[in-house]
Design a protein around this ligand. Structure first.
Ligand SMILES: C[S@@+](CC[C@H](N)C(=O)[O-])C[C@H]1O[C@@H](n2cnc3c(N)ncnc32)[C@H](O)[C@@H]1O
Length: 223
């Protein structure tokens, strides 16, 4: 991950400052992704150059705008966002959205039933329940090709996901298939978290964009 921070440092610095300005300009903007996990998401999208990114769970559009900035900086790719609530559309700047973003309102379990996307990046930050996770591991994951990067938020708030959580369902699914994963979570992966905090300081990216520091996102490659 350090190489990607270095490789895309200039663009990432710009994306960080745009995100900071966006949030400051919109009173009451609720943003969930912490900085390191949002930046890793940005970097993975830059590196993999997906044509189709699927996002489930945008809320006010924080992860959405991070993803869209990565697609803009790639100069290619489209984002499809599914959410029960239509709050992001008011916040996503037109120049980011135009020609690049489709918002679908509704329960992803219905709006994505029999979907026809060829998913090149999957981002999940929706209902953090076992039931929801059981749906997407059973119905959505099989539609994602091997090699595609996947991220799931709110898994590692502590060293292990909570017993009755979405995270446990996903980790069991990964374990059954022998699929590895990583996280930059401060609790679950403190050494990587510290390394990235230090690297960011050396790259002049230590000013916080978002105040959270847990970075509980799980990242893996479908196989
Ligand atoms: C934690 S928020 C997303 C935060 C956002 N990713 C961010 O970075 O700020 C979870 C979102 O998932 C949506 N959601 C929950 N269950 C859903 C479902 N079954 N289908 C679609 N969206 C759902 C909620 O409406 C909410 O906006």
């Amino acid at each position: 991950m350090s190489e990607l921070y270095e490789k895309y440092a200039g663009d990432l610095r710009r994306a960080r400052s745009e995100q900071r300005e966006l949030r400051a300009a919109i009173p009451g903007f609720v943003a969930q992704l912490d900085d390191i996990e949002a930046e890793i998401t940005y970097l993975l999208v830059r590196e993999h150059r997906p044509e189709t990114v699927l996002e489930i769970g945008s809320l006010h559009g924080w992860s959405t705008t991070w993803l869209l900035r990565a697609l803009r900086d790639n100069g290619t790719g489209r984002l499809y966002t599914h959410d029960l609530v239509d709050k992001a559309r008011a916040n996503v700047p037109t120049d980011l959205a135009d020609g690049r973003w489709t918002f679908v309102r509704g329960d992803a379990r219905k709006t994505l039933a029999n979907h026809r996307h060829k998913i090149d990046y999957l981002f999940v930050d929706a209902a953090h329940t076992r039931r929801f996770a059981r749906w997407y591991v059973a119905e959505l994951f099989p539609t994602v090709a091997p090699g595609v990067p996947v991220s799931v938020h709110d898994v590692f708030h502590s060293t292990r996901p909570w017993l009755f959580s979405e995270g446990r369902v996903v980790l069991s699914w990964l374990a059954r298939r022998g699929i590895g994963y990583f996280t930059a979570s401060r609790a679950a992966s403190p050494a990587l978290n510290r390394r990235l905090v230090e690297l960011k300081a050396s790259l002049r990216m230590d000013e916080q964009v978002h105040e959270g520091g847990h970075n509980p996102m799980l990242f893996f490659k479908m196989s």
